[in-house]
Ligand binder design. Sequence first.
Ligand code: DD3
Length: 330
Amino acid sequence: MADTGSKREAGGAGSDELSQRVKRVKTDSENGAGDVKEHESEKILSEFTTTSVLSDSAREKNIFIHGKLADQEAVVILEKTPIREDTLAELFSGSKLKLEMRNDIYSTYWLQAPPQLNDIKTTVVCPATEKHVKKYQRQESFLVEETGKDYQSITLPYIQKQSFSVQWVHNILEKKAEADRIVYEDPDPAVGFVLLPDFKWDQKQVDNLYLIAIAHQRDIKSLRDLTSEHLPLLQNIFHKGKEAILQRYNLPASKLRVYLHYQPSYYHLHVHFTKLGYEAPGCGVERAHLLADVIQNLQSDAQFYKTRTLYFPLRADDGLLSKFKEAGRL
Ligand code: DD3
């Protein structure tokens, strides 16, 4: 890949990248294997009817919509993508301008970009559960203090009872989905992992790079399960993940934020790799734990994450928050 300037194009992002992506549309209930054909997915949103707008952000230029897709509950997420330096020439030469106003040396316009530069990144969750709908509803959040004992008596029973589906994670590990998006894999069952772009990332510029490393081991739910036993796995993800990102995207470790979430949004061990300076959702101090710190903490205390009090935000409608309230911990 040629380095064409200060803003590199992200590797693997060709002109038919969007069509590559829609080919992979599938649902949990299909248990992995049923790809929707490209021509079928082109029009699926023409049948979408809006129930309500769950949230939107003028600053982030996105909107989360709850609605119905052929009698099934669905969540659709629309997001305008950043303007890329490598498309500027095409944008200036291929667009029409409509004057809005002129005043002295100032003038404003509406630029009508050619369709290929006007993509809106779209995520469809269908059939969506109540949980999916709630996840995107704007909500107040509360900081919870979870001791090691609270984890055993409140959080663990709750997550076991919920049995959140990680079918999509297994699909990735088994190459039933997104196999063509894998950036790096170490297939070792004990210390191996799959590194691939998180689907929040449009992969069109490295500025908002976001990859996830998913462990091959399936029995680690979260940070709370980690002990010094897992150091070889964590160090392997840390070193080989950074190396793979340097190779593919030409980004050195000094430009990366490598961290775990607690609470995670899915209970299968994974590590986030985002570009430093990109304020990815969930990278704040109340949820993110730097992998480098996690490794050091486990090196000095094998049981660190089993015994420490951990703090994390929960949304007002989160079932786990009710459990903490019932236990008089909030
Ligand atoms: C998810 C967290 C999870 C709704 C939404 C997202 N990266 C994923 C399926 C495939 C993926 C992800 C759950 C779900 Cl919008 C419910 O995220 C995924 N594939 N974050 C990739 N590459």
